[in-house]
Design a protein around this ligand. Sequence first.
Ligand SMILES: Nc1nc2c(ncn2[C@@H]2O[C@H](COP(=O)(O)OP(=O)(O)OP(=O)(O)O)[C@@H](O)[C@H]2O)c(=O)[nH]1
Ligand SMILES: [Mg+2]
Length: 431
Amino acid sequence: MFCDQAEIKVKAGKGGDGLVGWRREKYCPYGGPDGGDGGGGGNVILRVNCNLNTLSDFRRAKLFKAEDGENGAGNNMHGKSAEDLILEVPEGTQVTSLVSKKNICDLTTDGQEFILARGGRGGFGNAHFTSSTRQAPDFAELGEPGEELEVRLDLKLVAQVGIIGFPSVGKSTLISRISNAKPKIADYPFTTLIPNLGMVKVGSKDFVVADVPGLIEGASEGKGLGHEFLRHVERTLILIHMLDPLRDDIVKDFEVINNELKKFDSSLVRKPQIIVINKIDALDQELQEMLVKDFKKRMHTRKKVFVISAVSGKGLDELLYEIKNRLEDYESKAKPIKQDVPKDKIFRPHLKDMDQRFFIDKKRRKFTVHGKRLEQIAVMTDMSNPSAMDRLRDVMKKKGVFKELSRMGAKDGDKIEIGPVVISYDQILFR
Ligand SMILES: Nc1nc2c(ncn2[C@@H]2O[C@H](COP(=O)(O)OP(=O)(O)OP(=O)(O)O)[C@@H](O)[C@H]2O)c(=O)[nH]1
Ligand SMILES: [Mg+2]
């Protein structure tokens, strides 16, 4: 398979910490709590952009990190939530977890979005914890850490440009000069047995070029190797039709190949072609000019004919810019950037929707509490603040964690682990 691949690490932003703050006004000396909540951390979102066709941007950078949320402030001021980090990927990108090796998502339509790593929730400030029984809470929550993920991105390459022509005209030599492909090159026909795909960069434009095995007369009926590979050029936008002046007659060659294209699929011959005469290092200037003139005359065409040497590199820049311009022209007409596509709804977790269930694992004298919401509260608990730890115990009591622990036979001195917090059982009971 021809794949473009990249391995990246993404990290969503941490939520801002809640603040422990107190109102201090002139006529209100015993003001209540006014510490605001932290803002949410930024998500890392993948978004499909139909104008991209490679993953080359992800091969340079490896870590993509969204911003953290701002901390809460006094006077009940909430911290600002961070912007999401949007990573644009081409259509057809598949995302796989590097840890579990499981497929995470397939991104197939322009504008589609997927939250790859969820930003952490902002911590509540102390004002949030005021209740009839707790009028002066002296603790606040820490911001929740953002999700971290290591993934592989895979893109099945679809070539925008195909190089066609008789065997040994220099198709593989050209792709090896202009792209990262390393094909086999030799002076006998049918050196290329399967198509080579290579990524080409011209200025800021990336595109994929396919070097197809040589075609001969009768290819459309299965002669030579070209037949089934013509399918690869079906999806290209432009063809480079390569001619070899060291063969008998380039006009005849040109017509034979076009005839085969037509026989295989009549739409193939209507694809725009860039006519390229290769191996001009083997001809002097006068011969080159004569050849081009004769070709145009006999083909009754005014089209530009590019003369290049894939070996020496002569004429390649001009050819590459022609391809780039044609592709950009084609894309601006055929595939405009779609601005108003309905986006897949972005899922933002809400406290109410969060899974409240838990279960407890027992290993000797250690009990581990698992549960999304409980673990979230634990990770957001400021362990250095005794009041914050009291609140964690309260929550555990209310949710029935203690009941379950005692049913499972927990005793004084046993360790209870929940997220990053470890407490002993008696510490919970005596509170
Ligand atoms: N003098 C000269 N020789 C060239 C040039 N480009 C390619 N060749 C030679 O032509 C021969 C065939 O080149 P390839 O690139 O393998 O040709 P191909 O079109 O891929 O051939 P198939 O894979 O068999 O269809 C090799 O010996 C190359 O060195 C060129 O610009 N000048
Ligand atoms: Mg070849």
